[in-house]
Ligand binder design. Structure first.
Ligand code: SIN
Length: 527
């Protein structure tokens, strides 16, 4: 039984503060929600566990997809999203994404986001599974950083938004299926505090750090899903993890993302023997859906016994490459690679979680007054495999929708302020949480990675079972809390991956390689 809290506490003994909106997370989803809420006249407190600069948004290279091009349309964008999603997209959610997305992107442009242009015209590029050039980018391959700059500057200028950094949210405060706020700890002073919100929004981002190889920053430890699950919210589609096909593989280098846009501009994938292989795997070759490219790469690595395959840009115009991908050029140069002359060694790495806290089409979870948006949420808009560059768009669209719905929630005043406490947890056991985290990441990578079997998943589940006794102990350090969250969410991914006896999108079972019509459904879990 998953316990409700990570620490013993009594809210009556802690400092308390209150805002209309309490937003957890400072990536695109959290910041856009804060901006929209403040524009609607609400007071907002936004908590981030580190700084606003540290998020997956900041690392987003390829761009943001929106049907704004002359030959494009929301219908075409919808079709591509559904194809990538492998039969599990919620069609209403996709329709909302592709129709409202262009307006939200125009709002970003009005706020000052400077996307790349030729003359006055926006430039569009293509990535995997898109039938059109529809991906906007900024400073070549620094799209997320530009969006983050724009949003944080705009939000910082609003007097009704308070941004508090280094605030680690320990648990949600939920009673009678209604969320009243959070328990958080200031990572600098160590002070625990109660933040009350009439609307609480989870926008805590990704889960990539569950795996040993990931493109995600250190902060992406699945906190939002763990918080919501412990509090009794429904979570959905947890088995669907997207492994990005091309992360840099060099000794001493992090698994830095080499954007799919590089293939969109003509780069080819070659195996260790120098042979191009993607045309044998899919008609769209290097631009096939991500799950197909990732598995093709793993198959070529196994065939040749190599640790990586290679991205070949050597046939492309060197000046254009340097101008189009300045961040990738510079980062690779730091590790001694000239991407205009050398092949780039790459392999798949965990990149995006399609599942998350289940919400309706307005971002509302199964707990009243608790909303979720961005990667931590799951509307099933991405189905079993997210279409490239749809994630930034998702954060904007559902950030905006939450504010529309929450206006109704705010009309209903809360008549009481319940207090919360927990005194049942035993002292923190004397274990090495850093080692435990490493072991968890290794198990997830090896047993719950892109190629799964019942045997591998059973081994992973045995690992999670072994550590489940920790749920009756408290943890006081935030690094320990992260590991606890990772244990909870890693266990959910392994459990649902075991349940789904088929292969679909980001979930591939070597022992059930076919897609089964009877599995065209979602797995929903609740504590
Ligand atoms: C990329 O630039 O390849 C990543 C874009 C995305 O994940 O949508």
């Amino acid at each position: 039984m998953v316990q409700k809290y990570l620490v013993n506490f009594d809210s009556r003994e802690l400092p308390q503060q209150e805002a209309e909106y309490l937003i957890i997370g400072g990536g695109i989803a959290g910041l856009f929600t804060a901006w929209a809420a403040a524009k609607a006249g609400a007071s907002v407190t936004l908590l981030t566990k580190r700084t606003v600069a540290e998020s997956n948004t900041d690392r987003a290279q390829g761009g943001i997809a929106a049907a704004l091009g002359q030959h494009d349309s929301p219908e075409l964008h919808m079709q591509d999203t559904l194809v990538a999603g492998a039969g599990l997209c919620d069609e209403d959610a996709v329709r909302i994404l592709v129709n409202e997305g262009p307006e939200r992107v125009k709002e970003l442009i009005d706020m000052g986001a400077s996307f790349d242009r030729t003359g006055n015209d926006l430039c569009f590029t293509r990535e995997g599974c898109h039938s059109q050039d529809r991906i906007l980018h900024a400073q070549g391959d620094a799209t997320g950083a530009e969006i983050l700059r724009t949003l944080s500057q705009n939000v910082a200028a609003l007097a009704s938004v308070e941004i508090l950094e280094n605030q680690y949210v320990v648990d949600l405060l939920v009673t009678d299926n209604t969320c009243y706020g959070v328990l958080a700890v200031d990572q600098i002073s160590g002070q625990f505090r109660i933040f009350r919100g009439r609307v609480v929004v989870l926008a805590t981002g990704g889960s990539g750090r569950l795996f040993n190889y990931t493109t995600n920053p250190e902060v992406a430890t699945a906190d939002g899903i763990a918080l919501a699950y412990r509090a009794g919210a429904e979570v959905m589609d947890m088995e669907f993890i997207q492994f990005h096909p091309t992360s840099l593989v060099l000794p001493g280098a992090p698994r830095f993302l080499i954007s799919e846009a590089v293939r969109g501009e003509g780069a080819l994938l070659r195996n260790a023997r120098g042979e191009r292989f993607m045309p044998q795997y899919h008609g769209m070759a290097e631009l096939a859906p991500r799950d197909i490219v990732s598995r093709a790469i793993l198959s070529e690595m196994a065939k040749t016994g190599a640790e990586a395959v290679f991205l070949d840009l050597t046939h492309l115009d060197p000046d254009k490459i340097k101008e189009r991908f300045p961040t990738i050029t510079l980062t690779c140069a730091k590790y001694g690679l000239d991407i205009t002359k050398d092949f780039i060694p790459v392999a798949p790495a965990a990149h995006y979680m399609m599942g998350g806290v289940k919400t309706d089409l307005w971002g509302e979870t199964s707990i009243q007054r608790l909303f979720a948006c961005g990667e931590t949420s799951c509307t099933a808009v991405h189905g079993a495999n997210r279409l490239a560059s749809n994630s930034l768009l998702d954060g904007l669209v559902w950030g905006g929708r939450i504010v529309q719905r929450a206006a109704m929630v705010l009309e209903n005043r809360l008549h009481h302020k319940p207090e919360f406490y927990c005194d049942q947890l035993r002292p923190t056991p004397d274990i090495d949480f850093r080692e435990l985290k490493k072991k968890l990441q290794q198990i997830m990578g090896e047993k719950v990675g892109p190629l799964r079997t019942a045997q591998r998943l059973a081994e992973a589940l045995a690992f999670f079972d072994r550590w489940s006794y920790l749920q009756s102990h408290e943890v006081r350090e935030t690094s320990q809390m992260e590991v606890r969250n990772m244990l909870e969410v890693g266990g959910l991914v392994a459990e649902t991956a075991m349940m789904r006896t088929e292969s679909r999108g980001g979930h591939f079972r070597l022992d059930y390689p076919e897609t089964a019509e009877r599995w065209r459904k979602h797995i929903i879990l609740k504590r």
